[in-house]
Write a protein that binds this ligand. Structure first.
Ligand code: FES
Ligand SMILES: [Fe+2]
Length: 414
């Protein structure tokens, strides 16, 4: 499975993190690495430990070109090549020691305020440019959190439409009621009206799986069945609408930890005054809290409700003891696809969704239903990431923007 995951680009940081601190420890696919930005602006992702005496170079010094280890000053460039060994070079001015010292490194690219890496074999595929990444009038931000569970639990949840009704609907409302009773304040979030599911469906497409549903009061002519929305294989969920939504990346850290990067976007809908949306010089990021002041998992936002489900399944959910039913058809399909795609990689092929054609990669459209039923401005505001570095609610003119949006397009959450 690790070999398959290495065939895809994964986010490892928000670009703004490196403005705040020019090195970042990155643990991904079981490897300890350091991401740095040197003073010329070049980024590198190299082994975390200096090959000299094995100290952690996330404490190192980014120089004009390369990262210098803080212990004895050896310096490395973004290919992992040692380019300076101050004392060795003093004692052996003509020596070639440094040329023989090279550590592992991986390519990095930036897009939409995030830094991505590819850890697989050559030739390196293109970093896919999904259509939302391409909007030129988008306000976006990145939410980052490490979860104490295996990445597959997150992805299986995205293949499970029925949980919307229960985890986010019924349990979500229950949580809000309890909070309102506890605090004496009115319910902050407009409770989801959980419509019961009548039918679920899944289809493979060029970049993953399209999920479909028919809920009470809708038919197969409605967009949530006709269009659906995608899981981008193997590790991204795309939800929302054309004006507000998110790409959620689930990046394996190791067997029992996952980095969760949510790339939120907001944009004026068709016909809206685009000048209302402020310009962004930097795309902000925020560290998503997991626990409340009592030490319990936070239950009252949609993403957090999912976190509760994934984390409480344990570090690695014990599939040998599950009892699957009709609601798990998507989960079963996804597991089979993982097996199929692993076999393709073993046979030397490119797995599903590998992008190598620059023309295709100008902008890759993803199917997305457009629900009209939930379009209350207060509802949109309530789902905005309230812990954001710059909360959505603080954006100038947000009321007007939301009102425009509300007339155009709403929110869907799964
Ligand atoms: S341990 Fe890094 S230079 Fe010596
Ligand atoms: Fe969910």
């Amino acid at each position: 499975m690790g070999e398959l995951m290495r065939r895809y680009w994964h986010p490892i940081a928000a670009t703004a993190e490196l403005d705040d601190r020019p090195t970042k420890s990155v643990r991904i696919l079981g490897e300890n690495l350091v991401l740095y930005k040197d003073r010329s602006g070049t980024m590198g992702l190299i082994d975390a430990l200096c090959p000299h005496r094995r100290v952690d170079m996330s404490y190192g010094i980014p120089e004009e070109q390369g990262l210098r280890c803080m212990y004895h000053g050896w310096m490395f460039d973004e290919t992992g090549q040692c380019i300076e060994q101050p004392f060795e070079e003093t004692v052996h001015p003509d020596g070639r020691f440094k040329e023989k010292v090279k550590i592992s490194s991986y390519p990095v690219e930036t897009m939409g305020g995030m830094v991505f890496t590819y850890m697989g074999p050559q030739p390196v595929p293109l970093l896919p440019r999904w259509e939302p990444n391409d909007y030129d009038d988008t306000w976006c931000e990145v939410g980052i959190v490490e979860l104490p569970c295996n990445w597959l639990q997150c992805m299986e949840n995205s293949m499970d439409p029925v949980h919307l009704e229960w985890l986010h609907g019924y349990w979500g409302v229950h949580q809000e009621k309890m909070k309102a009773e506890r605090t004496g304040k009115p319910m902050e979030i407009f409770p989801t009206d959980p419509k019961s599911h009548k039918k679920i469906g899944f289809d493979q497409f060029d970049y993953g799986i399209i999920k479909r549903r028919v809920v009470e009061g809708t038919t197969e002519d409605d967009t949530d069945w006709k269009t659906g929305h995608p899981v981008v294989f193997p590790q991204i969920l795309f939800v929302g609408s054309i004006v507000t939504g998110s790409l959620q990346y689930r990046v394996p850290v190791d067997d029992t930890h996952t980095m969760h990067y949510t790339w939120f976007f907001y944009r004026p809908g068709p016909g809206a005054d685009k000048s209302l949306l402020p310009q962004q010089d930097t795309i902000p990021y925020w560290n998503v809290p997991l626990y409340d002041e009592t030490g319990a998992l936070i239950p009252d936002l949609v993403n957090h409700q999912d976190f509760v489900a994934w984390i409480t399944q344990g570090g690695i959910a014990d599939r040998s003891r599950e009892i699957l039913g009709e609601s798990d058809r998507g989960v079963i399909m996804y597991r089979k696809m993982l097996d199929q795609q692993m076999a393709i990689v073993e046979d030397g092929g490119d797995p599903l969704g590998t992008v190598r054609d620059p023309k295709v990669n100008e902008s890759i459209e993803l199917p997305l239903e457009r629900w009209q039923a939930l379009s209350h401005p207060a509802r949109l505001a309530s789902y905005a990431p309230t812990q954001a570095a710059e909360p959505l609610a603080n954006i100038a003119n947000i009321e007007k923007i939301l009102q425009t949006w509300a007339n155009e397009t709403p929110w869907v959450a799964v």
